[in-house]
Design a protein around this ligand. Structure first.
Ligand SMILES: NC(=O)c1ccc[n+]([C@@H]2O[C@H](COP(=O)([O-])OP(=O)(O)OC[C@H]3O[C@@H](n4cnc5c(N)ncnc54)[C@H](OP(=O)(O)O)[C@@H]3O)[C@@H](O)[C@H]2O)c1
Length: 278
């Protein structure tokens, strides 16, 4: 059986921890504190973005952690107003500056923003930056298959990762299978599915939590891992940051996984990446 505490290898040979600390809605000052906490607890992947406004805090936390830079896997994303070759390059350089590092491990296009029609050119800028060693891996976020196919047609490269909304209520089985066939790793954002309703009270989740003497959140995080997704839960609280990482001492059964799969509604909680909103 796959050791889920070991990194997963991307289609470009880069190894990524399967669980990371997400930082959306964590301000710059808080980010320094919470990322330091996460790193001290064993997290080795930190997910930030230009749009989160906390890259300075994240960079400070990495510097203060006492860990060597190579021990921490840093991911960031360029925002929608930085599509296009020149703007993408400038956005990457600004992220490097704010993070206080000479490279980002995985850099992503935050949204395809199809109304701009520039995501292919933007991805080409990421590939150039990868050649130069400014990033180690070129990924995307919120891309639909049609966007990924365009990128592949133009560059011959499948992005290494597609970070998408994914949780038990919207668990995207078709997209996950489509990614797997092409060697693209699926990374789950909003993994706890708490934007509407609460998946934490679902019978399938509560039963598994009781059976394994774990919390509902730990069951959901473990479900992501056993479904081969990289998962990046966010919490502003140290005890929850610790709880969310304590998921390597139990395994869900096939039946428990299937019951959680069955919670899928097929409906997004977030924005439609194919629409005009972004
Ligand atoms: N690419 C994209 O477009 C995109 C979009 C959204 C998010 N993301 C990334 O994905 C990461 C995760 O997504 P997210 O932050 O939206 O949602 P999430 O991780 O699914 O959920 C975060 C929420 O769950 C709560 N929580 C965390 N651990 C908990 C626990 N053990 N028990 C009870 N509640 C808990 C947090 O509250 P407290 O903080 O109060 O503990 C927070 O309200 C983000 O931080 C970001 O890095 C990417």
């Amino acid at each position: 059986m796959t050791d889920l505490s070991a990194p997963i290898t991307l289609n470009d040979g880069v190894a990524v921890p399967r669980i990371g600390y997400g930082t959306y809605k964590v301000g710059d000052d808080d980010a320094q504190r919470t990322v330091e906490t996460a790193l001290s607890l064993g997290y080795r992947l930190v997910d930030t973005a230009e749009m989160y406004g906390n890259e300075v805090g994240v960079g400070r936390a990495v510097a203060a952690s006492g860990l060597a830079r190579e021990e921490v896997f840093l991911t960031s994303k360029l925002w929608n107003d930085h599509h296009g070759r020149r703007k993408a390059r400038a956005a990457l350089e600004a992220s490097l500056e704010r993070l206080g590092t000479d490279h980002i491990d995985l850099f992503m296009i935050h949204w395809p923003s199809p109304k701009q029609g520039l995501y292919v050119e933007t991805f080409e800028a990421l590939l150039e930056a990868r050649e130069e060693g400014l990033i180690r891996s070129a990924g995307v976020s919120n891309f639909l298959p049609e966007h990924l196919e365009r990128v592949h047609e133009a560059t011959g490269v499948w992005p290494s990762v597609n970070q998408v909304e994914l949780h038990p209520y919207f668990n995207q089985p078709e997209l996950r299978a489509w990614h797997a066939e092409r060697g693209i790793v699926t990374e789950s954002w909003g993994p706890l599915g708490q934007r509407t309703g609460s998946v934490l009270h679902e019978r399938a989740v509560v039963d598994a939590a009781t059976a394994h003497e774990k919390t509902a959140v730990q069951v959901i995080i473990r479900w992501h891992l056993q479904r081969d997704c990289v998962v990046i839960p966010k919490s502003a609280h140290a005890e929850r940051i610790a709880e969310n990482f304590a998921v390597f001492d139990f395994a869900l059964t096939d039946e428990e996984l299937a019951r959680i799969d069955a919670l899928d509604t097929g409906e997004r909680q977030g924005i439609d990446p194919g629409g005009d909103e972004r």
